[in-house]
Design a protein around this ligand. Sequence first.
Ligand SMILES: Nc1ncnc2c1ncn2[C@@H]1O[C@H](COP(=O)(O)OP(=O)(O)OP(=O)(O)O)[C@@H](O)[C@H]1O
Ligand SMILES: [Mg+2]
Length: 248
Amino acid sequence: MERITRAADRVHRPAGPWTPTVHRLLGHLHEQGFVAAPEPIELGHTLETVSFVPGVAGEYPWTEDIASEAALVTSARLLRHYHDAAATFPLDETRDVWSQSVRIPVETVVHGDFAPYNCVYDGIQAVGIIDFDTAHPGPRVWDVASAVYRFAPFTTGQVEGSTAPTLDERLSRAAEFCDAYGLDQDSRARLAPTMVSSIVALVTTLESEAAAGNPKFVSDLQHGHADLYRADVAYLEDHLDVIARAVA
Ligand SMILES: Nc1ncnc2c1ncn2[C@@H]1O[C@H](COP(=O)(O)OP(=O)(O)OP(=O)(O)O)[C@@H](O)[C@H]1O
Ligand SMILES: [Mg+2]
């Protein structure tokens, strides 16, 4: 059986200990009028049911639409609206369970994996956000940094389906993402090192989950994802200054 199945306007996904908290978050977003996230529908022991968010997920290889400047800008605006709606989520340390550790300073509930593959698009417009399994309290720049890494993109891997952007193009897309989000100056100054920290955290999760036998992460490891992320960390470390200047 597929891990994730769709039936009409509903999606069934594996549930974890954090799913009740994530459902409360999704409910809060809808109460705030943020309807671009799935609606929580049902929670079982092993499966959750949420609403299908209409659109096309920005999976690899990117189409021309997903690679467009408009997709980048609308995704950044969507992240901003999501963060603003999530910022009023009533945190409750005694009850909340998140899949990731809380990261300070807590400014909102970050998505934890904001990337084209977790957004849905109507043509060149980002219209939805999915896959909230990695959501957790944290600073806005945590999401913006990992999003810039994915959207610029700052990967050393092959960019399937399109020509790899030049460094100048990546830098200008990074700046454009920050502008469209409306990122403040302090967060901009933290963006480049936060990008590195977020990839290091990703490798740690990937390796510990794979070691624990989680099939999705075992497969990611077998496909060389950890090695690619390590190469990307080295690339980013070599370009920290130039990235910091581009997004300042
Ligand atoms: N609520 C939703 N609305 C629309 N599409 C969804 C929804 N949930 C999942 N999908 C579809 O299923 C795919 C995988 O779902 P999701 O991103 O939630 O899981 P994942 O754990 O990242 O799995 P995978 O590694 O297979 O992407 C998405 O790319 C999207 O096409
Ligand atoms: Mg996903």
